[in-house]
Design a protein around this ligand. Structure first.
Ligand code: NAD
Ligand code: IPM
Ligand code: MN
Length: 351
């Protein structure tokens, strides 16, 4: 029996609903497959934890997490009780940074059984490779002066190493897909970082003559995600651009409640972390209607990462079957609950 050790952080809001549902599915797929076992350990780190302990995670939290094969996270954030910049930087972004999860991969594709809001969605299947450790999300900056003269400064930091790393990852993954990489730029408006981004892209692409490339400004690219998503394969984007593009990716699939993600540590020093694209959705939390598919598809990405590709494929095929059968949550036009969807997936896996 092969055992994987998974650290589980449900977090806040619907994270606490979709994580148990997805774990149920994960354990079922392992049971049906045989020979594999997931040993999970749950950590209560969240905004409520912060109110009680004055911190989002334990002081030795990273030391503890380091020993796991992967981290499975729901969502973080409850702005009604803790400001987002405190909760996110104290947990989610802290783990991404400290564990050098410098790449965030986020697929979007036309999913069987779902109605895309696009009039003519065609058969899109794309992957956003988001730089995940620097760029617009740097800690550099501050606030100076007071009153009417107050200034807030946010420095976007693009290192050559970090930019090259994201681009190489995109080119490597394109080799296993349709062989096309699109760079999301804004070198017409952002004067220092984006011309640099373009330069690095032009350098890195020389190493991959077999891969086709294109370049789009992020504003036009956001529009193309809506008007012709089927023309894209791999898109490499900075931290903020990638963040925004991937909510559009979720929306064109039918709901951001479906979109999965993986925060990948590429140097093998620390575990990678898997969490859906969506947040804690305080507006629907407690109703039992959160879509669990984003979290379940995220589990599939974790399976791929662990090398259990066959199991992941089976899982996603059954998820598509269940969606197509009409058992789905209200955000995608159904009237089933989170647990009903997960239960149906488990039942079909067992058949
Ligand atoms: P959100 O993704 O939580 O919600 C946006 C909209 O999408 C809401 O209407 C919500 O109900 C809906 N939605 C999201 N997930 C859904 C699901 N699984 N099923 C059905 N509907 C779903 O974004 P927000 O409202 O901007 O943020 C809420 C909180 O989550 C904030 O604190 C934010 O910082 C945090 N957040 C955390 C993460 C993360 O931990 N990875 C990601 C995004 C936002
Ligand atoms: C995401 C989220 C986070 C991000 C927030 C909550 C800090 O939006 O994972 O997409 O911007 O990376
Ligand atoms: Mn986001």
């Amino acid at each position: 029996m092969k055992t994987y050790h998974i650290a589980v952080i449900p977090g806040d809001g619907i994270g606490k609903e979709v994580v148990p549902a997805a774990l149920n599915v994960l354990h079922t797929v392992a049971e049906v497959h045989g020979g594999i076992n997931f040993e999970t350990k749950e950590f209560p780190w969240s905004c409520e934890y912060y109110l009680e302990h004055g911190k989002m995670m334990d002081d030795d939290g990273l030391e503890i997490l380091k020993n796991f094969d992967a981290i499975f996270l729901g969502a973080v954030g409850n702005p009604a009780i803790v400001p987002d910049h405190v909760s996110l930087w104290g947990l989610l972004i802290k783990i991404r940074r400290e564990f050098e999860q410098s790449i965030n991969i986020r697929p979007a594709k036309l999913f069987k059984g779902l109605t895309s809001p696009l009039a003519n969605p065609r058969d899109f299947d794309l992957l956003v490779v988001r730089e995940n450790s620097e760029g617009e999300y740097s800690e550099s900056g501050g606030r100076i002066h007071k009153g009417e003269d107050e200034i807030a400064i946010q420095n976007a930091i693009f290192t050559k190493k970090g930019t090259e790393r994201a681009m190489r990852y995109a080119f490597e993954v394109a080799k296993t897909r349709k062989g096309h990489v699109t760079s999301a730029t804004k070198s017409n408006g952002i004067v220092h970082s984006m011309p640099f981004w373009d330069e690095v892209f032009n350098e890195v692409k020389q190493e991959y003559p077999e891969i086709e490339t294109s370049v789009n400004h992020i504003d036009a690219l956001a529009a193309f995600f809506v008007s012709k998503p089927q023309t894209f394969d791999v898109i490499v984007a900075s931290n903020l651009f990638g963040d925004i593009l991937t909510d559009i990716g979720g929306a064109i699939m039918g709901s951001i409640g479906i979109a999965p993600a993986g925060n990948i540590n590429t140097n093998g020093k620390y575990p990678s972390m898997f969490e859906p694209v969506h947040g804690s959705a305080p507006d629907i939390y407690g109703k039992g209607i959160a879509n669990p598919i984003g979290q379940i598809w995220t589990a599939k990405m974790m399976l791929d990462h662990l090398g259990e590709v066959e199991m992941g494929e089976k899982l996603l095929a059954v998820v598509e079957e269940v969606t197509a059968s009409g058992i789905k949550t209200p955000d995608i036009g159904g009237n089933s609950t989170t647990n009903e969807v997960a239960e149906e997936i488990c039942n079909r896996l067992k058949q």
